[in-house]
Design a protein around this ligand. Structure first.
Ligand SMILES: C[S@@+](CC[C@H](N)C(=O)[O-])C[C@H]1O[C@@H](n2cnc3c(N)ncnc32)[C@H](O)[C@@H]1O
Length: 338
């Protein structure tokens, strides 16, 4: 490949990033949703309805038009099918890709600045961009709730058993609480307790549970997983994309806690991205993003885990476990029963 070929290739790739960055602005400032409810509108009316600055909105409309999110008739803009699909409320919304794009740029900048010192500032880097943090929960929900409900829940027998048992489900690092909401809808006898280190997530989780009529059954608290004391042993303790956040602290104590806080017959279900055993697997298209994400996890004090490492931690705590793989082996659900 010549240098010119490479430039052409990178220019094309950078257009995809610019397109998602443009979409991000429309997502977080509600422009896609507002234009959807207006139908068609000039940028001034869109700005007024969205309560935004008309100068910024005009420039955004031009960019969103350029990248095919908007069409225009005279001065009146309307959403294209791609713009409709970017609305956070759209079924199978494309919103997570836009949020991920801007979050990735932020994490790349942080990693670049920290390469020399080796400093790892921790979870707080996610809160450094005020428009990103509120979208963290919705991004994860849109990315993973459909996979949980359609694929994982039916395929992992522990969930049918939990449905039959009822009792208490605890979600450690619960984000916006989508997992407990999904479980509570499915398992009528189940109550839930979610804990998360970001107050923003807890506020969203409480509001969304109340909105779904689940406020009586689901409780969400702001706090540290390491300091959690349960009032009663749990029937299910879940960690979704949360174990790698606490793994580097004291894994043996955590796994002993998980076992000690389960009722006999209760389950621990851990869902994590599956770091591959071989580096060569990172070249596979479905794993490239995982490799970048692991660099940004490093900034947060975390790293991704191989499923066998999780199994070894369970074994050390005296719990045999099974691994269920999904999404071409990229998602691992590790289940242990007391
Ligand atoms: C990748 S997110 C996953 C969120 C959620 N489980 C989901 O699947 O959408 C990891 C979550 O773990 C939380 N977390 C990480 N370390 C924590 C700790 N020590 N105590 C409480 N929450 C923590 C973070 O605040 C974050 O919301």
């Amino acid at each position: 490949m010549t240098a010119d070929d490479l430039k052409t290739q990178f220019r094309q790739q950078s257009q995809a990033a610019l397109s998602l960055n443009t979409a991000y602005i429309g997502v977080v400032s509600g422009l896609f949703s507002t234009l959807h409810s207006l139908g068609t509108a000039p940028s001034t009316a869109l700005a007024e309805a969205a309560k935004l600055d008309p100068g910024y909105v005009l420039r955004w409309c031009d960019a969103a038009y350029a990248f095919g999110y908007l069409d225009v008739d005279g001065e009146a803009f309307r959403l294209t099918p791609m713009g409709e699909a970017m609305r956070p409320e759209a079924p199978d919304t494309l919103m997570p890709m836009a949020v991920q794009s801007v979050l990735s740029a932020h994490m790349a900048e942080r990693a670049a600045g920290l390469m020399r010192t080796g400093e790892r500032p921790g979870e707080q880097v996610l809160a450094e961009r005020e428009t990103v943090l509120p979208w963290f929960g919705p991004m994860l929900e849109a990315n993973f709730a459909p996979m949980f409900e359609r694929t994982i829940c039916p395929a992992v027998p522990a969930f049918a058993d939990v449905d039959a048992r009822g009792g208490l489900a605890v979600d450690l690092g619960c984000g916006n609480g989508w997992y407990l909401r999904a479980l509570a809808r499915r398992c009528g006898k189940l109550r839930g307790l979610g804990i998360d280190g970001f107050q923003e997530n807890i506020t969203q989780a409480q509001a969304l549970a109340a909105q779904d009529g689940l406020g009586e059954r689901l409780r969400f608290i702001h706090g540290d997983i390491h300091a959690l004391a349960l009032d009663e042993p749990a029937d299910l303790i879940a960690m979704n994309r949360a174990l790698h956040h606490v793994w580097e602290k004291d894994t043996a104590t955590l796994f002993a806690w998980l076992r000690a806080n389960l009722k006999p017959g209760g389950y621990v279900v851990i869902w994590e991205p599956a770091w591959p055993a071989e580096r060569t697997a990172l070249r596979e298209p479905s794993r490239k993003a995982l490799a970048f994400q692991n660099l940004s996890e490093h900034v947060q004090g975390n790293h991704f885990l191989r499923p066998d490492e999780i199994q070894a931690a369970f074994a050390q705590a005296g719990m045999p476990s099974q691994v269920h793989l999904f999404a071409q082996g990229n998602e691992a659900v590790v289940v242990a029963q007391r």
